[in-house]
Design a protein around this ligand. Structure first.
Ligand code: FDA
Length: 302
């Protein structure tokens, strides 16, 4: 009830107040902020993946501007020698307006990252985007085998089969690199698991399939039982240290993150930044009112 109230009220709250909650989870508004945050993480032995905030744009002019911004971000982060790569959301480039235009923009960004031997991760958005985002990944993976990866969501019932369907792109030299996360959007029960235990079980089954197939799993979770399940699978399949990694969001569960790093596993943190942080935060809370409790705590109990 309270969560619902907060998620509805959030867009009308003063930005300054919302920033009190958001600043823990967002590097700042500028590329300099993202680079500073990334460098601090690098000093702790943590890799990063930088993301410019924004999604579901309305015009293709925005797509062009967003592409240019990503190209500048890559130039700046490479010049600053950030130890990290890049993540992007295809709807930020107009996926839902013209998917070929979005593909061409994303291709240009991957080409730029590839010119630095670097890597771009295609984030996974809500289910109307799933097939299109897999298709974009497939096309790019064929052209830039070492420079592109995809996100898959454990809550989607289709994901285990999607991993199998993409396995023709896997090779021992250049393994498929999937970030597996639980999934953040509200999806219908016909296509998505809803139960916490069920999602966790499928999360671990998907990771196990990736390990069996010698893929490169990027295990993206802050949930301790899932991390412990992943440790058991790593113990069982014994992949080399450079054939998997853990990933977390900026500012979330730093103690668990440190314990994973201290145990000798590779860790990458997702560093979001940009002027559109307010819209991003309010949309996330609208989609997932459970996040409102986190906001409540941050605003009123600090
Ligand atoms: P769970 O939701 O069970 O959370 C476990 C605990 O972690 C919570 O109890 C809480 O303490 C803490 N926590 C989790 N998320 C938090 C947050 N945002 N703020 C504060 N505390 C939090 N999703 C998607 O659909 N597409 C995508 O492309 C991505 N990309 C992505 C990248 C990376 C690096 C990560 C870590 C996650 C994503 N996600 C995502 C989000 C993902 O789907 C999922 O919603 C969150 O990671 C939360 O799920 P957990 O596995 O952490 O478990």
């Amino acid at each position: 009830m309270l969560n619902k109230f907060i998620s509805r009220a959030l867009p009308y709250m003063p930005q300054k107040l919302v920033w009190q909650f958001s600043k823990e989870y967002i590097a700042g508004e500028t590329i300099e902020d993202a680079i500073r945050a990334s460098k601090e993480l690098n000093e702790e032995g943590i890799l990063t993946t930088i993301d410019v905030l924004g999604e579901f744009i309305k015009t293709l002019d925005e797509a062009e501007a967003n592409k240019k911004e990503y190209l500048e971000v890559i130039e700046a982060a490479e010049a600053a020698k950030v130890d990290g790569n890049y993540s992007l959301k295809p709807t930020f480039f107009g996926l839902l307006i013209d998917k070929e235009v979005a593909y061409r923009h994303i291709r240009e960004i991957v080409e730029k990252a590839a010119s630095y031997n670097n890597f771009v991760r295609i984030d996974m958005e809500d289910s109307p985007c799933t097939d299109m985002e897999i298709e974009i990944f497939r096309r790019l993976k064929e052209e830039f085998p070492e420079n592109v990866g995809l996100v898959l969501q454990a809550y989607l019932k289709r994901t285990y089969q999607d991993i199998k369907n993409l396995s023709d792109l896997n090779s021992p030299e250049v393994p498929l690199n999937f970030r597996l996360c639980k999934g953040i959007y509200v999806e219908p029960a016909s296509i998505a698991y809803k139960d916490y235990q069920e999602i966790n079980e499928h999360f671990l089954q998907d990771i196990e399939l990736m390990l069996k197939e010698n893929m490169y799993p990027s295990i993206a979770t802050h949930d301790k039982p899932v991390v412990e399940g992943a440790f058991r699978l790593l113990e069982k399949y014994k992949p080399a240290k450079d054939r998997y990694e853990f990933q977390m969001l900026y500012g979330v569960t730093p103690a668990l993150r440190k314990s994973i790093v201290d145990a000798g596993h590779k860790m990458r943190v997702y560093v979001p930044f940009g002027k559109q942080w307010f819209g991003y935060c309010t949309r996330r809370v609208k989609e997932n009112p459970a996040m409102a409790s986190v906001i409540m705590k941050a605003i009123f109990f600090k």
